[in-house]
Write a protein that binds this ligand. Structure first.
Ligand SMILES: N[C@@H](CCC(=O)N[C@@H](CS)C(=O)NCC(=O)O)C(=O)O
Length: 248
C-alpha cells in the first residue's frame, strides 16, 4: 500500500487532512508544497490536482482531492479509531459542521487574510511577477479574487459580511461546546478536526472574538485538541513558509 499526501504548512485545509491522517495512524509519505513559492501551480503538481490547490491524497495511485472528502475517505478506507459517530443522525450533524467550515468559516477567513496580505505581497514582487503568477492559477474564480484583493478591491459590505461570519462561528462553537468536550455526539470527530483547522489561528488573528473571556469553552477545547497526539503531530509538520505560529 502506498499513501502520498501533498500538503502545505500545517494550517487550514492542509492541517485538516494532516490531523485526520495522524489521528487515524495511517503511514504516509509527505510531499510538502510551498505555497509561498507558488509550487501548487507548477505543471507537475497541476497534473495531479488540476485545481492547483493543496491538499491531495494519492492512495495506491488513485488521486483524491477536496480536504473534506479526503478526510471522510481516510476514515472509511483505513483501520484505526473511528473519526465519525456510528449514528447516521450524528453523522449528519457532523457534516453540517464540515459543510459550514467549507462554505462559511474557511472562505471568510481566507478573504479577510487576502485583503490584509495580498496587496503588500503583490507590491513586493518584481514588476510583472504578480501578473505572471496570476496567469498560472488554474481556477478562474481564484485568479479573479486574487486580482481584486491585490487592488484592495473588496467592498466594505463584503468585508463586514465576512467579519460577521467569524463572529457567528465563534458564537456557534462556544455554544456547541457548553457542557461538551467535543462538537458532536460526545466524541472527537471530523467536525472537531475541520473547525480546529481554521480556528487554530483565531486567538492570534481575531483576539477580540476568540479569547478566554468571550469564548472560554472554545479556548478549553483548543487546548484539548492540541493535547491529542495526532493533532500535535499534525501541528508539528514542517512549515517552510514560517507563516504558522506554533504558539497558537
Ligand atoms: N476546496 C478545497 C480548497 C483547497 C484550498 O483552497 N487550498 C489552499 C490552501 S488551504 C490552496 O491550495 N491555496 C493556494 C492556491 O489556491 O493557490 C479543499 O478543501 O481541499
Amino acid at each position: 500500500m502506498t499513501v502520498d499526501l501533498y500538503h502545505g504548512e500545517p494550517a487550514s485545509n492542509s492541517l485538516k487532512v494532516l490531523q485526520a491522517i495522524h489521528e487515524k495512524g495511517v503511514p504516509f509519505t509527505s510531499h510538502y508544497i510551498n505555497l509561498m513559492k507558488f509550487e501548487q501551480h507548477a505543471p507537475a503538481y497541476v497534473a495531479i490536482n488540476p485545481a492547483g490547490q493543496v491538499p491531495t491524497l494519492v492512495h495506491d495511485g488513485r488521486v483524491l482531492t477536496e480536504s473534506t472528502v479526503i478526510n471522510e475517505y481516510i476514515d472509511d478506507a483505513f483501520d484505526g479509531p473511528p473519526l465519525k459517530p456510528a449514528d447516521p443522525y450524528l453523522q449528519g450533524q457532523m457534516r453540517i459542521w464540515t459543510k459550514y467550515v467549507d462554505e462559511v468559516f474557511r472562505p471568510s477567513l481566507s478573504f479577510l487574510a487576502w485583503h490584509r496580505v495580498i496587496p503588500g505581497m503583490a507590491k513586493a514582487l518584481p514588476e510583472g511577477e504578480f501578473e505572471a503568477r496570476l496567469k498560472r492559477i488554474p481556477l478562474k474564480e481564484k485568479r479573479d479574487k486574487w486580482e481584486l484583493a491585490a487592488k484592495g478591491g473588496f467592498s466594505e459590505r463584503e468585508l463586514e459580511g465576512w467579519r460577521a461570519n467569524l463572529e457567528d462561528v465563534s458564537d456557534r462553537v462556544e455554544s456547541a461546546l457548553a457542557g461538551h468536550d467535543w462538537l458532536v455526539g460526545g466524541m472527537f470527530t471530523l467536525a472537531d478536526i475541520a473547525v480546529f483547522a481554521m480556528a487554530v489561528s483565531m486567538p492570534r488573528s481575531y483576539p477580540d472574538l476568540w479569547n478566554e473571556t468571550h469564548t472560554p469553552q472554545a479556548m478549553a477545547w483548543m487546548a484539548r485538541m492540541k493535547a491529542r497526539p495526532g493533532v500535535a503531530a499534525a501541528l508539528a509538520m514542517p512549515d517552510h513558509t514560517g507563516m504558522v505560529s506554533r504558539k497558537d
